[in-house]
Design a protein around this ligand. Structure first.
Ligand code: UN1
Length: 509
C-alpha cells in the first residue's frame, strides 16, 4: 500500500524553516466545512527556547540599524500584503470562517498597520525638553526593549499579528511570535513574507502551536515584553505572572461584554443598522462585538420589531459567497459555548425573540454540513445585576435586549455594570446624551451613531477594567516595546544644578 507523503509545515526560527523537536502535529480546519486545510508542527517549549535564543542574539545587530533601514523590511511586507489582498483575503476566510469582505478587510487592516509603523520611522522619536539651566540640553529618547513575545488570536489572523509586530520591529526589537492554533496557515504565509524580505536571521521568529508554547514565551525572562490579544482568562494570567517581575512589560487586549445604548432620541435607522453590524458581523466574534443592546422604553418596541426582523433574516452561509453576512463560528468549542450561554439565558428568564441557534439543514449550503454553524440568538431580559448572561462574554451571535426607563445616567449605569470595558456605542441625536456617554461610558473604544466595531489602526485599541492593560497597536504599543531615557547634556564647563541646588564643593578648610 503506498502512503502519500503529507506536507507538515514547520516553524521559522533563526532564519530557517525547522520541524523543531516536537513529534506532534496539528491541523488547520476550515470552519465552514470541518475539513483539514493543512498540517503543522506543534511547537514545544524547547522550540520556543531556541526561537528566543535566536531573537536575543539578533537584537544587538538589529537595534544598531537606523529606523529607516529597519522600516525598509516592513515596506516590502506592505507591498506584498497590498498586492496579494485578494489571495490572502480568501485564505483568511477559509481558515477563520469570516465572510470574504471581512477576510480582505483583515489584510487591508494589516497593511494599514505596516504602513503606519514603517512611515513612523521617518517621524520624530522622543522629545526635546527645556531645562532650567540654559546650558543644558534635555531630551526624552526611546530605546528598544529587546525580545518581544507576540501571542495573537485567530479572529484577525493577519491584522493583529501586524498590530503587534510592525511597530515592535521598526522600533528595533526582535520578535518571537506564536500564531493562534486555529489559524496556522495565515502564520505560515506571514512567515514566508518575512523570509522573502531578507530580514536578518533571528529578528523574526515564528513557532506554531498551542498554549504550552505561548506559556514558554511568557515564562522566559529573556522576553522583555509580552504582547497578547485574546481571552481575558489567559491575558490576566500573563499580567499576574509578569506584573511582579522587574523589567518585564505586557500589553494585553482582552475581550468585552460590549453594548450599544439606544436612547429615546435615537435615529432608529442608524440604531438598527449599527446593532446588526455590532452583533452579527464576524458572527459576533470580534472582541468589540456587542452582546447587549440597552434600549430606551420609548423606542423599545419599534427597535425590537425592526432588529428582530433583520436578525431572523441575515444571510448565514459560505464565507466565500459575497452575499453571505455571517460565516460559521471558529470551532466546535465556540459552538458549544454559544449553546451553553443560550441555555443559561433561558434559565435566567430570557424571553427568546430569535432562535436560529441550531441552523436548520436547509440553511446550510450543500457540501458545508461539517462546518461549525450557528445563527443569531436574540432575547429580551429584564435588567438585573445578578444575571450572568448579560455579564459574561460569549463571543458569538448571542444578543440581549435590555429595556431602560429614565435618562442617560440610567442607561450608562447598566452599560458600565460589567467587569469588562472594551468598546461601546451610543445612538442618539442629542449631543448632551452623546457627551455624557463619551465622558462616563467605561470603555477604551467609544462610538456615537456608529457600530461598536471597525476601529482604524492609527487609534489606540485597548480596553479598561477587565478588558485590558495597555494597547497593542500603533503609537500606544511604542510605550510597551521601548524604554524612555531622560538624557541631559551639559554644554558648559561648569556644573550648574536645577532646583537651585548648590554645586559648590566645600571642604573642612
Ligand atoms: C477584535 O475585535 O478582536 O475595531 C479586533 C475593529 C477591528 C479590530 C477588531 N479593527 O472592529
Amino acid at each position: 500500500m503506498s502512503q502519500e507523503a503529507k506536507t507538515v509545515y514547520p516553524h521559522f526560527i533563526a532564519g530557517e524553516w525547522t520541524d523543531g523537536d516536537g513529534t506532534e502535529t496539528f491541523e488547520s480546519i476550515n470552519p465552514a466545512t470541518g475539513e483539514a486545510i493543512a498540517t503543522f508542527q506543534r511547537g514545544t517549549p524547547t522550540d520556543v527556547e531556541r526561537a528566543i535564543a535566536a531573537a536575543d542574539e539578533a537584537f544587538d545587530t538589529w537595534r544598531r540599524l537606523s529606523y529607516i533601514d529597519r522600516a525598509e523590511y516592513m515596506w516590502e511586507i506592505f507591498h506584498e500584503l497590498r498586492d496579494r489582498e485578494d489571495e490572502l483575503g480568501e485564505i483568511v476566510s477559509k481558515e477563520s470562517g469570516k465572510e470574504i469582505s471581512e477576510g480582505k478587510a483583515d489584510v487591508v487592516e494589516a497593511w494599514h498597520m505596516v504602513e503606519w509603523a514603517a512611515g513612523n520611522a521617518r517621524h520624530p522619536h522622543g522629545d526635546v525638553v527645556p531645562s532650567e539651566i540654559p546650558e543644558k540640553d534635555a531630551y526624552m529618547r526611546l530605546k528598544p526593549r529587546g525580545v518581544v513575545g507576540c501571542i495573537t488570536p485567530w479572529n484577525f489572523p493577519v491584522a493583529i499579528p501586524f498590530w503587534h509586530m510592525a511597530v515592535t520591529l521598526v522600533e528595533g526589537n526582535t520578535v518571537v511570535w506564536k500564531p493562534a492554533e486555529q489559524t496556522p496557515w495565515c502564520g505560515q504565509v506571514i512567515a514566508e513574507m518575512f523570509e522573502k524580505t531578507g530580514i536578518p536571521d533571528g529578528v523574526f521568529n515564528m513557532v506554531q502551536g498551542f498554549g504550552d508554547a505561548g506559556a514558554a514565551i511568557v515564562d522566559d525572562e529573556r522576553v522583555s515584553t509580552v504582547l497578547f490579544t485574546g481571552s481575558a482568562e489567559v491575558g490576566h494570567g500573563i499580567g499576574d505572572k509578569l506584573g511582579g517581575q522587574p523589567g518585564r512589560e505586557t500589553s494585553l487586549e482582552m475581550g468585552g461584554k460590549n453594548a450599544l445604548v439606544i436612547t429615546s432620541n435615537a435615529d432608529l435607522d442608524i440604531a438598527v443598522h449599527s446593532a446588526i453590524m455590532s452583533s452579527f458581523k464576524t458572527t459576533g466574534q470580534r472582541c468589540v462585538s456587542s452582546e447587549r443592546l440597552i434600549v430606551h422604553t420609548d423606542v423599545y418596541d419599534e427597535f425590537k420589531e425592526r432588529f428582530v426582523e433583520l436578525a431572523e433574516n441575515v444571510a448565514v452561509g459560505d464565507p466565500l459567497d459575497p452575499n453571505t453576512f455571517m460565516g460559521p463560528v471558529a470551532d466546535a468549542q465556540q459552538v458549544e459555548k454559544f449553546h451553553k450561554y443560550n441555555e443559561l439565558a433561558r434559565t435566567e428568564g430570557a424571553n427568546v425573540l430569535v432562535d436560529r441557534a441550531e441552523l436548520p439543514p436547509e440553511e446550510i449550503p450543500d457540501g458545508f454540513e461539517g462546518g461549525f454553524w450557528v445563527g443569531p440568538f436574540v432575547y429580551e431580559i429584564e435588567y438585573d445585576p445578578d444575571l450572568r448572561c448579560i455579564k459574561e462574554e460569549v463571543f458569538g451571535p448571542h444578543v440581549a435586549l435590555i429595556e431602560y426607563i429614565g435618562d442617560i445616567e440610567q442607561a450608562v449605569d447598566i452599560h458600565n455594570d460589567v467587569q469588562y470595558g472594551l468598546a461601546g456605542s451610543i445612538i442618539s441625536d442629542d449631543y448632551r446624551e452623546i457627551n455624557y456617554y463619551r465622558d462616563y461610558g467605561e470603555v477604551g473604544l467609544s462610538y456615537a451613531n456608529l457600530p461598536s466595531i471597525g476601529a482604524e489602526v492609527q487609534l489606540p485599541f485597548g480596553g479598561v477594567k477587565k478588558s485590558g492593560k495597555g494597547s497593542p497597536t500603533a503609537r500606544e504599543v511604542i510605550e510597551s516595546v521601548t524604554e524612555r531615557t531622560a538624557f541631559t547634556l551639559n554644554n558648559s564647563r561648569d556644573i550648574e544644578m536645577a532646583q537651585g541646588l548648590s554645586a559648590d564643593i566645600t571642604t573642612e578648610d
